[in-house]
Structures are given as C-alpha cells and as structure tokens.
Design a protein around this ligand. Structure first.
Ligand SMILES: Cc1cc2nc3c(=O)[nH]c(=O)nc-3n(C[C@H](O)[C@H](O)[C@H](O)COP(=O)(O)OP(=O)(O)OC[C@H]3O[C@@H](n4cnc5c(N)ncnc54)[C@H](O)[C@@H]3O)c2cc1C
Length: 533
C-alpha cells in the first residue's frame, strides 16, 4: 500500500525510471515508482509465452550501451542476480554468395576474416579499432552525459590530433554508406557499419548514421553485445530489487493518468484507480514525450511554445517483431565461421538502404532489413539444449500508404496483416536457411498494436521515444531547448528515451533527470536557508 507522500514519484519502471529511482535512493530520497504494466522493466523484459521451456525477450535483447554505462555499472547489479553473457561471435550478416560479414569479439579474428575476403580490409579494420581505442571512451561519455558534454567534449578535442584531426571529424560526419566505402574495399565492413547504423532510424545516406554505425560497431568490437543470463528481464529486475532494498515502493499495475501542478510546480500524480500520490521534491516521468505533454500534464499547465513545439515532434518508425521457438538451431545453408548472437539480414548495403527508404516513404518494405537474435546461441539457459530461441524485428511505416512487396499487406497491422508480414520475414530466413519452417515449434508476432499494449511508451510501435534524426537530437530533443531533463513545469523532469540522448539501454535519460532533480532541490534548500538567516 502506498504512503501518500514521497520525496520523488517516478512514473514508469522502464530502465530509465529505475535508474532514476536508484540514484535518488542513493542520495537518501524516499521514492515511489508507479508502473502501469503488471511487471517492471518497460521494453527490457522477457517472458515464456511463446513456447513451454523457452524464454523470449519481449522487446530489447542486446545491451552494449549498458556495458559501457558507468551508471548501470556503478549500481553493482551483480549483487542482485545480474550476470552478463556473450555469444561466441558478436554479429554476423549472411551474404548471398554464402560468405558472412562477421564481427568477432577478438579484433584479430574480425580483421583476419575481413582480410580473407578483401586484402587490405584487415589492416583497415585494425586502424579503425586503434582510432577508437584513443577516442572512443570520450565519444561515448559525450553521448551519455547531460548536454552540453563539457568534460568529454574537451577530452575528445584533446585526443583529436592523435586520430587524424579533422579527417576523423569528417569520418564521424560521413553517412554510414559512404563511411564503409571510404575506408574499406570489400562489402563486409560496409555491411557491418551500415547494419549497425540501422539500429537507429537515421537514413543510411544522412549525416549521423555514420557515427551511429561506428559507435555500435566499435562497441561490438570492444565490449561485445552482452545479454543478461536468463533473459532481458534479469537486468530490470535487478534494478528494481536494488531500489526496493533501499526502501523504494515499486508498485505495478498502477497507471498514472495525471500530473498535478500547483503554482507552476509538479506536486504529485493521480492514478487510474482514483488514488493520489504526493511528490515533495520532484516527479520524474519515464514517459514518452507525446504522452507527457499530450495528456499527463494539462495543456493549461504548459507554455504555449511547448504545446506548439510538440505538434512538430516526430516519432521513429513502427516495428514488427517475430519470436520463434525452434526445435534445432537455424539451419544456415552456409554456416557462419563463428556462431553470432546478433544477425543482420540484408543481401547488401543497397538492399538495406532500399528497405529503410521504403519505410521512410511510408511503404511496407518488400525485403525488410531484419535485426535478429539467436538467443540460445548467446545464452544456453534460454531454451532446452539443441533448440533455439530466436527473434527478428524490422521497421515498418507509422502510416503505411502502400506495400512495396506483393501488394498484399495493408499496413493496418491487424491479425492477418501482421501474420502475412511475418511470413515475409520468415521467408527471408527460409531463403538463407532452407528447412527453417520445419523447425518452428511456435511463432509469436508482435505488431505495433501489441507492442504499445505491452508498453505505452512504444507509441505506434516506435521503439526509441522519437526519431533519432539530427533535427530531434541534442538540444532539439524532444523539443528545441537545452537538451536537458528539466521541463517547463518546475520539479517535473523528463526521464525517458524521449530525452537526450534518446533510445537504448544506457540509463542516461534517467540519470540525467535524477541528477537535475537533486541539484535543483539542493539549490532550493540552500536558498531557503539563506533567506531564513
Ligand atoms: C522491440 C525493441 C527492441 C529493442 N532493442 C534494443 C536493444 O537490443 N538494445 C538496446 O539498448 N535498446 C533496444 N531497444 C530500445 C530500448 O529498449 C529503449 O530505448 C529503452 O527501453 C527505453 O527505456 P525507457 O525507460 O525510457 O522506456 P521504456 O523501457 O519504454 O519504459 C517505460 C515504462 O513506463 C511505463 N509507463 C508509461 N506510461 C506510464 C504511465 N502513465 N503510468 C505508469 N507507467 C507508465 C511503461 O509501462 C514502461 O514500463 C529496443 C526497443 C524495442 C521496443
């Protein structure tokens, strides 16, 4: 049962809400976390509903950003049961000629495989890794700390000369498709860089995609793509257990329907069941921006500039995710040299670009670019020995106007539509792994409606809390401002992936919001003490 008042109320128990709660608890605040779903985790959850004995990650699965996040690392979640595990190889992309573009955790292995395919690419890979060794930690730090990233920005500047100065800056600004072409002769490094850029919705021929591709590729190369043993949910359960151990009240099936604002300051929340919870110091919303500014806070409590700016807010594309329980491993016609956890399915960078362009043009893609996870290969606890817990997801338009494929998909994502699209996705596996269909014990298709029903932040199936394109990043996220967690309502902080630096499980929006709340509270206390003297 909830008390009536806490120092902070955190709305939403996704990774960002739980990170925020943990930081506030560490600072001695009393905290209530209110979660709409029956369990914690947001888009970091696992379940067993696909097939008996199989665990599937309901949404996200691989966590390189968590692995480099000082925030998540600093919580010591191993004490709460978290254990990271890795696949034999990080990532593979099967190619039509039977070869694979492979990223192995050992850079010498990656380089040797690339060199075999295209002389010179092995050395090119080693050079890219060396440049990342010199500057990568500063770039990651700059991305996951509050804006402006003064410390890491200066750190990166100081090291810039050692990686080629302006030439390296140009590398960062080069679109993903060009980056691969500029630095490598063969197709495989291009596929790795472009495929990793495809984890965000930045067009592969636009500035920003190269940085994304480089970041994810080099994280794969340096820290791998780890997963929590037993399922993604082990990560957020550990965060919630840690919060509870510090006294947090974590309440599930508790939807917040309104944020109370008095005298311009957030004072508490109202629940769907009619209950109220007061926030003495702050309300932190792990809530997607269109919901925060489009209902939870009354329009009359917002400046008109925010309401107007939100009308220009853009979601990222929608998503269809398919989970399979297989009675054996994926029967690749041409098996990879090392078994990868993550698999990208695209015949070429051109096909990948075409699929993403079709989505941008509101067309259901004919040959969807698929991000896939061989989860039992990565973590043998996910399903019985000899079987595979597999998933693939791909992006589709928020509003489809046509089908670039056989014309059979309307894009309403009702039952028939999504099953037919899942058949299209499955056909991609069948082409690369003949007999795939005969291994399927069970299949589950989560279309945009099912994703949103399981996590209200996934509006229309958008997975990143808003587009990651440059015009909505940094100081433009979620609306033009300072790129910080503060909102126009005093003591209300945006703690979700809709805030800088956006989607991915690194905890930065949650941490930024919690730090801002603590800082403001301290300033107010000092000011109040001063005025009493
Ligand atoms: C299919 C998919 C695959 C992904 N793959 C990866 C991946 O492999 N690696 C990676 O790093 N990232 C991945 N992501 C992105 C990552 O999961 C998200 O960026 C991350 O979960 C965002 O965290 P969050 O805490 O901001 O929001 P969420 O995880 O969405 O959590 C928000 C929580 O708030 C709750 N909530 C919302 N409104 C209310 C309300 N009014 N009252 C109470 N509770 C509320 C929701 O129920 C939810 O639990 C993926 C996402 C999806 C959907």
């Amino acid at each position: 049962m909830l008390d009536q008042a806490y120092d902070a109320v955190v709305i939403g128990a996704g990774p960002n809400g739980l990170v925020a709660a943990n930081h506030l608890l560490d600072r001695g605040w009393s905290v209530a976390v209110l979660e709409q779903q029956p369990e914690v985790g947001g888009a970091v959850r696992s379940d067993s509903e696909v097939h008996p004995g199989f665990v599937h990650d309901t949404f996200s699965a691989f966590y390189p950003l968590a692995a480099v996040s000082p925030t998540i690392e600093g919580f010591g979640l191993e004490r709460f049961g978290l254990r990271w595990v890795h696949a034999p190889a990080v990532l593979g992309n099967p190619r039509p000629d039977g070869s694979w573009a492979m990223l192995h955790r050992d850079r010498d292995v990656t380089a040797a495989l690339l060199e075999e395919q295209q002389p010179g690419d092995g050395d090119g890979w080693q050079l890219l890794c060396q440049e990342w060794d010199r500057i990568g930690d500063q770039l990651v730090g700059a991305l996951i700390t509050p804006f402006p990233p003064v410390r890491h920005g200066l750190g990166a500047l100081a090291r810039l000369r050692s990686v080629g100065g302006l030439r390296f800056v140009q590398t960062l600004l080069t679109p993903a498709v060009e980056l691969g072409r500029a630095r490598f002769g063969g197709e495989s490094p291009r596929l790795l860089l472009a495929g990793n850029a495809g984890h965000a919705d930045i067009p592969l021929d636009a500035t920003g995609s190269g940085l994304m591709g480089l970041l994810m590729t080099m994280l794969g190369q340096t820290v791998g793509f780890p997963v929590p043993q037993g399922g993604a949910g082990a990560l957020t359960r550990a965060l919630a257990d840690r919060a509870r151990s510090l006294g947090a009240e974590v309440v599930c099936s508790s939807e917040v329907v309104h944020i109370d604002v008095q005298g311009g300051r957030a004072t508490g929340v109202r629940l769907a069941d009619g209950g109220r919870v007061q926030a003495r110091r702050a309300v932190l919303a792990d809530v997607v921006a269109p919901h925060l500014y489009g209902g939870l806070v009354s329009e009359s409590d917002l400046p008109s500039r925010t309401v107007k700016a939100m009308s220009r807010f853009r979601l990222d594309p929608s998503t269809v995710k398919v989970d399979w329980a297989l009675d054996g491993p994926v029967p690749w016609a041409s098996p990879p040299p090392h078994a990868p956890g993550t698999v990208h399915v695209a015949d070429s960078v051109e096909q990948m670009t075409e699929a993403l362009s079709q989505v941008a043009a509101n067309a259901v893609p004919a040959h969807p670019f698929m991000l896939c996870g061989q989860m039992t290969t990565t973590d043998p606890t996910r399903s019985p020995a000899g079987t595979e817990s597999l998933w693939a997801y791909t992006h589709v338009p928020q509003q489809s106007t046509r089908d670039a494929g056989d014309g059979g998909i309307r894009g309403d994502w009702g039952h028939d539509d999504k099953e037919r699209f899942a058949d299209r996705m499955q056909a991609r596996f069948e082409a690369l792994a003949p007999g795939f269909g005969s291994r399927v014990l069970s299949r589950r298709v989560l279309g945009p409606h099912e994703l949103e029903a399981r996590d209200a932040n996934l509006v229309g199936g958008a997975i990143n809390g808003g587009t990651s394109q440059l015009h909505q990043e940094l100081i433009f996220r979620p609306v033009p401002g300072l790129g910080r967690a503060e909102t126009p309502v005093r003591d209300l902080y945006l703690a979700s992936a809709s805030a800088h630096p956006g989607g991915g499980v690194h905890g930065a929006p949650g941490m930024n919001a919690a730090r801002a709340a603590v800082a403001h509270s301290r300033i107010r206390r000092v000011t109040a003490l001063g005025s009493r003297r």
